[in-house]
Each structure stands twice: as C-alpha cells, then as structure tokens.
Ligand binder design. Structure first.
Ligand SMILES: NC(=O)c1ccc[n+]([C@@H]2O[C@H](COP(=O)([O-])OP(=O)(O)OC[C@H]3O[C@@H](n4cnc5c(N)ncnc54)[C@H](OP(=O)(O)O)[C@@H]3O)[C@@H](O)[C@H]2O)c1
Length: 339
C-alpha cells in the first residue's frame, strides 16, 4: 500500500509524491558505502514502506537496477514517479543530449520517464575537461541544452522536465529563452540550508522544489540531525530528528528524497509527523540563529584546487553558501577534510 504522504501538483498537472527514495549511494554504482545494494533498498521502499517516488541520475550509474526493481515490483509502474537526470558530460551537442536521454530511457526500461532534470547548470567538455553552460563559455549554454530537452519532452517519452542546482540568477537567465517553464528544481535543502528565497522565487514561477540531501548527509561532516531544536521537536512529536527534518520540508511544500539502504530508516523516513506552525518556525530559525548552522554541504561534492563546483565558481552558480567548509573563500574554513 502507498504510504499516506501528501502529493504536490506540478505546473503541468503531474503529481509528485512528497517523499522519494534517493538512489545516489554515496558512490557511483548500485552498491552503497555500507555494501548494501540499491535493488534491495528500493524493493523494500516500494513494497514494504509504500514509497512511490524514486530519484536517480545517469551520473549515479544505477538506472538499470532502479528500472529493474520498478518494472518487476508488485506495484503498477504508473503508480511510481521515477526521476532521472541528464549528466554534465552529455551536453556538448543536441545529439549528445538525445543520446543521453535514449541511454537513460533504455536502462530504466519503463516505457516512459516521469521526470528528467538537467543535473547541473554546467556541462563539461570531453576534450578539455572545462565547464561550459554560461554565455561566452566554450560549449552550449544551459538555455540551449534546455531547448534540446524541450524537444525530447515533445516526444512524450518523458512526462516532466526540470532542472537541478539552479539558483535564482541562473533561473532568471534560463526563463528568458525557455518555452517550457521547468516543473521542478531539485536543490540541496535541510534545516541548515532551507534556501527560502529560492523557494519563494520558484513558487512565484510555478516551479516545484525538491530537496536533496534533506537529512544533511549525516554520514559525512554535518550535525544537522544532532541539532537540539530538531531533537526537542522529535521528543514532542514522539519521532526522530530525521522525521522532523523531512516533515518540516514537506510542510513547507517541498518534496524530499532521503537516501537510506536500511529498512528501518527507509520506513522511518516516509512516516511524516504533523508539526505545528510554531514548530515549523522554530526550525526555520535554526540557520539564522547560529551562523555555522547556515551552510551548504554538497559544495564538497565537487571541490578542487580551483575552488569551483564542477568547474563553475560560486558566483557563476549564484550560490549563497553561508558558512563555508573546505577552504572555500568565505566565512568558514575550519573544516579541512571530508570523510
Ligand atoms: N541533484 C543533485 O545534484 C543531488 C545531489 C546530492 C543528492 N541528490 C539526491 O538526494 C538523495 C539524498 O541525498 P544524500 O544521500 O546526499 O543525503 P541524505 O539523504 O541527507 O543523507 C543520506 C545519509 O543519511 C543516512 N540516513 C538515512 N536515513 C536516516 C535516518 N532516518 N537516521 C539517520 N541517518 C539516516 C543514510 O545512511 P544509511 O543508508 O546507512 O541509512 C545516508 O548516509 C541522493 O541519494 C540523490 O538521489 C541529488
């Protein structure tokens, strides 16, 4: 049976369940850093915990496994919302974008894809390794890539197209040329990085926000789940800090895609609790009251000596990162390594 979580209606009328299973396993491929396989986790999620929303990407290298589980599960395919994403290395031409779509389509093997997102504003050149996507860089702009995605959308093989990791600045540019307004913008979001200004902007444009890393990637370097406000509200609501963080996001109208490969956590993460407006506001204030609790975590996913994220600077991404770990120029710099 489907878990009783809210659904949000996208700007094209499609409905997206508010909680999905994140299928980036902390490393490329179908096995996570705990040695657990995405196939078992997703099967448990769908059949035992009632998930009806799955988040994968070409980059995660597990689309074939995700597709197989959705195809062979006891739940009808049309009841499951499957998101995948266009990889940065498949952006050099319209043909490359089409080939990447065909590849994801074939690997998933589901007859159609529910949502296909541009994973990042930037692409990466196979020849030089350099990023492109902005005006004046050597390669298609993200607006041109979006136009390629719009053509594929017309084919009907994908029901919804959207973006990921887009700031207000880059959405403003995209919307100048887009014929189809993205239905989704998937961005990092949790109590230490709510990104409310972006969410307000997206709401005004009819773009739904999905939060990735909604628990703050607890295995890595964060203390989101150890936050005392979350712990206190968890106690008040007889739940856990994870449930509180996810319930808060959903109460604010955002869908969430937490990753877990453990059945007890998979079940916990889709058991939302009702929060009062006072509890929601208290969580809203966490990142404002302590500057170190306002931080972007996924910045470390793609760092490098040049202090860019997959080749774009923070200014080019339009990212306000708050407290910055890992030697990025800014307010933080106390954390010098990651697990
Ligand atoms: N669009 C993008 O650029 C982008 C970037 C990053 C992530 N994503 C998507 O977002 C998904 C989730 O993000 P994420 O994996 O970075 O971070 P996350 O979901 O915030 O955190 C995942 C970590 O939390 C642990 N965990 C899960 N449930 C828990 C619970 N109830 N209590 C305590 N710990 C718990 C998991 O460990 P166990 O598995 O051991 O439970 C895992 O280590 C990804 O899988 C991917 O689909 C998208």
């Amino acid at each position: 049976m489907a878990a009783p979580v809210p659904h949000f209606t996208l700007n094209n009328g499609q409905k997206i369940p508010s909680v999905g299973l994140g299928c980036w396993l902390g490393q490329p491929g179908a096995v996570d850093t705990n040695g657990r396989n995405v196939k078992q986790a997703l099967k448990d999620a769908i059949e035992e915990a009632g998930y009806r929303h799955v988040d994968t990407a070409a980059l995660y290298q597990d689309e074939a496994e995700v597709g197989e589980v959705v195809r062979t599960s006891s739940v009808p395919r049309e009841e499951i919302f499957v998101t995948t994403k266009l990889g940065n290395s498949s952006r050099e031409s319209a043909e490359a974008v089409q080939a990447a779509f065909d590849d994801s389509f074939k690997k998933l093997g589901l007859g159609y894809i529910d949502a296909w997102l541009m994973h990042w504003p930037q692409g990466v050149s196979s020849k030089t390794g350099k990023a492109f996507g902005l005006e004046g860089q050597d390669g298609p702009t993200f607006g041109e890539t979006w136009a390629d995605m719009e053509k594929i959308y017309e084919s009907g093989k994908v029901k919804t197209i959207g973006v990921s990791n887009f700031s207000i600045q880059n959405l403003e540019t995209l919307l100048k040329t887009a014929k189809v307004v993205p239905a989704i913008n998937q961005v990092e979001g949790h109590p230490f990085h709510p990104d409310d200004a972006l969410a307000d902007y997206c709401k005004a444009k009819g773009i739904h926000i999905t939060y990735y890393s909604p628990l703050g990637q607890p295995l890595k370097r964060t203390d989101v789940l150890k936050d005392e406000v979350l712990a206190e509200i968890a106690k008040q609501t007889s739940s856990t800090s994870s449930q509180v963080a996810l319930s808060w996001a959903v109460a604010k109208g955002r869908s969430v895609v937490p990753k877990s490969s453990r059945i007890e956590r998979i079940k916990q993460n889709i058991s939302l609790v009702e929060l009062s407006s006072e509890q929601v506001s208290r969580i809203d204030r966490i990142h404002k009251e302590d500057p170190k609790k306002y931080t972007r975590l996924n910045i470390a996913a793609a760092n490098g000596d040049d202090k860019t994220v997959f080749g774009l600077t923070l200014e080019q991404l339009g990212w306000d990162c708050g407290f910055l770990p890992l030697g990025f120029p800014g307010k933080g710099n106390t954390i010098t390594s990651i697990d």
